[in-house]
Design a protein around this ligand. Structure first.
Ligand SMILES: CC(C)(COP(=O)(O)OP(=O)(O)OC[C@H]1O[C@@H](n2cnc3c(N)ncnc32)[C@H](O)[C@@H]1OP(=O)(O)O)[C@@H](O)C(=O)NCCC(=O)NCCSC(=O)C[C@H](O)C(=O)O
Ligand SMILES: [Mg+2]
Length: 286
């Protein structure tokens, strides 16, 4: 399956009207309107109203709009899911998802609130339980409209005491397990945020690491991070050109009996065709 680009997922507090408006002009593939940890308790209700109005008001063009609600056992969850689902964003993000049942519960709640068919679910992976059971969480896509999982490094660091150091050695095993689970169940996997938003070189290194581990994109906290991450997760001109050659080779009617060949000195097999088509689709190339 060829999914839509989710290179950059920019979070913005639902309480910040200026950010919600500015999102209409930013080049992020996805905007995440935040109701959970990025919103103070005193501002929860006002933020919910503002986010629902923004989702209903639209004006965000082709950007995917997702809303992160509060956790199940909070005083705000029930009202969040009811109001947000009825507004019909592209997805509702379940924070601190811990199990397949959590996703099924959110799916039931969303449906009961009248969510339209296009609204899917994303799961935040940010607890020790979720890191152990990530494959089970991803498997919820068999019964619920789960379309993506997203890592939460700040909560992971808080709950495990792992440190977010350069190269993320403490997290690499968990990042890779997340990629495996996502691929097994055909959902997208989005890498977590880089807190030091003024350090674009550090952001680039971490985004490249996530991309090379197999991530589909990265969550962001500041508009200044978008261009770097869009560039890192977009196929390069050389990758697009190589993909085009693979597709041309294996799609040619005279080559139907060919399973392996060489292009520019590199061996290519028919198994590379799907990846090449995905590269072209994500690049927007015909
Ligand atoms: C981190 C910030 C609080 C910094 O905000 P600010 O001091 O306003 O930054 P700037 O002055 O540099 O802003 C310049 C202009 O850009 C706009 N802006 C800033 N951030 C955003 C944004 N996220 N979305 C849209 N627009 C943004 C400012 O309004 C300025 O605009 P202008 O008026 O035109 O000059 C702030 O960046 C911020 O709040 N970031 C997001 C925080 C957030 O949403 N947190 C929750 C998600 S993080 C997460 O999920 C962690 C995870 O759960 C885990 O466990 O790891
Ligand atoms: Mg978190």
């Amino acid at each position: 399956m060829i999914s839509r680009p989710r290179r950059s997922v920019l979070a913005m507090p639902g309480s910040n009207a200026r950010a919600l408006e500015k999102g209409k002009t930013l080049a992020a593939d996805v905007l995440m309107f935040e109701l959970e940890d990025g919103v103070a308790e005193a501002a929860k209700e006002a933020a919910r109203e503002q986010v629902v109005a923004a989702v209903k008001g639209g004006g965000y063009g082709s950007r995917e709009i997702v809303v992160r609600v509060n956790v199940f056992d909070s005083p705000w969850y029930a009202a969040d899911i009811a109001a947000v689902a009825a507004a019909g964003p592209d997805a509702i993000v379940v924070p601190k998802a811990n199990s397949r049942d959590d996703i099924l519960r959110a799916a039931r709640d969303m449906k009961a609130a009248g969510a339209p068919a296009h609204t899917t679910l994303w799961a935040m992976i940010e607890t020790p339980r979720a890191l152990f059971d990530i494959e089970k969480i991803a498997s919820a896509t068999q019964e619920a409209p789960l379309s993506a999982m997203m890592l939460g490094p700040n909560d992971i660091a808080k709950s495990t005491r792992a440190r977010l150091t350069p190269g993320r050695p403490a997290l690499v095993a968990w990042l890779s397990a997340s990629v495996l689970a996502a691929r097994l169940h055909n959902v997208d996997i989005i890498d977590g945020i880089y807190n030091d938003f003024n350090d674009l070189e550090g952001l680039r290194r971490e985004a490249e690491q996530g991309r090379d581990l197999g991530m589909d994109g990265k969550m962001l906290i500041h508009p200044g991070q978008i261009a770097t991450v869009n560039e890192v997760f977009a196929p390069s001109p050389a990758e697009i050109e190589f993909a085009r050659k693979i597709v041309e080779l294996f799609d040619a009617p005279e080559n139907t009996a060919i399973g392996v060949a060489q292009i520019d000195g590199r061996m290519v097999e028919r198994l590379h065709l799907d990846g090449a088509r995905r590269t072209l689709a994500l690049s927007g190339a015909p």
